[in-house]
Design a protein around this ligand. Structure first.
Ligand SMILES: Cc1ncc(COP(=O)(O)O)c(C=O)c1O
Length: 377
């Protein structure tokens, strides 16, 4: 299903490619893939366009059922349709959560390095964010639970958790998630578990476990965020959802979004339903394709570029590359000169690293690797 032909995204509406308009630089920064969507999604969208009327959209029961069934089948978590709150994106959900569940003098906590909107949401509402650094044990990133517990104060009300974790690609184990839950229950902290990468597990020995599926009681204090955006490469269609079992918390969440966060658009719902109901074979093939890309990149970095190193991401199509030995001030500029557009780790609170998106045709990845190797010769 996936060919090595790169679809030309120049002069389209792509944020990723517009940054490098009129250059030969390969964009490997923003997290969308240079791969076409599943045939079932394209077919459903064509059909929706042919209907020709595009009024305000409300989630049909069929899309809510499709989402609940997918989560049940993929992750063995049975959710009630009522728990689902549809959203035009998960970044808004991080901001809604901050707004609804912390007061101005209260704090949130997160594990860094982290996807930048986790750092920005508290800042947007003038809330303090405690940054708990992940331990890097020879390129294996782990939570230091003593440090996590020590960092929590009486004012800490929300944990912004990323599971699997962007950018280090960890799939948190059952033990790790239980540790997180136990600490948060003890300290009365609400968990906002962003699981947007849950269907991008590449490691054959790892399984994504929804945080809230582990403990029904603790789930009353957990907001889970899921979307077909990353997995099915639909982020421009703006469709995701929060799963909130606790009615009171759900009401508070919806109230904080009212009048600010727009409805999901009709194409988002259409694509989401087609993704969750008819795109399983595409998804299975995608995982194989991304795993192969990951292995090519990992081998090239570990064996072909002595100045660089990386961990083997268990999930996501994002590599977190250690560039500290290069001792350079402006890594983005450095790699752009080599012909590759990467993202500075500093944006993630991860100085000395760059993030590289390998969700692209294999040929494109190999070309990018060759450019990096040539520069570092
Ligand atoms: C952890 C995480 N959350 C949210 C998003 C973006 O979500 P959305 O496009 O639905 O706002 C991303 C995109 O990379 C992400 O990595």
């Amino acid at each position: 299903m996936f060919s090595d032909r790169l679809i030309n995204r120049h002069n389209t509406d792509s944020i990723k490619w517009a940054k490098y308009a009129n250059t030969d630089i390969i964009p490997m920064w923003v997290a969308d893939m240079d791969l076409p969507a599943a045939p079932a999604i394209l077919e459903a969208l064509h059909k929706r366009v042919d209907h020709a009327v595009f009024g305000y959209a409300k989630a049909p029961d069929s899309v809510t059922k499709a989402a609940a069934d997918w989560i049940n089948q993929q992750h063995n978590w049975q959710i009630e349709p009522d728990w689902i709150v549809w959203l035009p994106g998960l970044v808004p959900a991080l901001n809604i959560t901050t707004r609804a569940f912390t007061k101005p003098d209260e704090q949130l906590i997160t594990f860094t390095p982290i996807y930048p909107p986790f750092l920005e949401a508290p800042e947007n509402f003038n809330r303090e964010l405690i940054r708990c650094k992940l331990a890097n044990n020879n390129n294996h990133f782990e939570i230091d639970f003593d440090k996590f517990e020590d960092a929590i104060t009486e004012k800490t009300k929300v944990l912004l958790l990323c599971s699997p974790h962007n950018p280090v690609g960890r799939v948190w184990t059952k033990q790790e998630l239980n540790n997180i839950i136990n600490i948060c229950v003890r300290k009365n902290i609400l968990i906002c578990s962003d699981e947007i990468h849950c269907d991008l597990v590449l490691d054959k020995n790892s399984t994504h476990i929804p945080t809230a599926s582990l403990n029904t009681e603790a789930a009353q204090n957990i907001i889970t965020l899921i979307s077909p955006g990353k997995t099915f490469n639909l982020p421009g269609l703006n469709c995701g959802f929060a799963i909130i079992p606790n009615k009171q918390i759900r009401k508070q969440f919806i109230k904080a979004a009212r009048g600010i966060v727009p409805y999901v658009n009709t194409f988002g719902y259409t694509a989401c339903e087609a993704a969750f109901t008819h795109s399983r074979p595409w998804h299975e093939e995608l995982i194989e394709y991304l795993r192969n890309n990951r292995d090519i990149l990992y081998s090239a970095i570990q064996n072909g570029t002595p100045q660089l190193s990386m961990n083997l991401p268990q999930a996501t199509y994002l590599a977190w590359i250690d560039i500290r030995e290069l001792n350079i001030d402006n890594p983005v500029d450095f790699f752009e000169k080599a012909g590759v557009g990467l993202q500075n780790g500093r944006d993630f609170d991860g100085q000395g690293f760059v993030r590289m998106n390998f969700g692209c045709p294999e040929n494109t990845l190999i070309e990018a690797i060759n450019r990096i190797k040539n520069t570092l010769k």
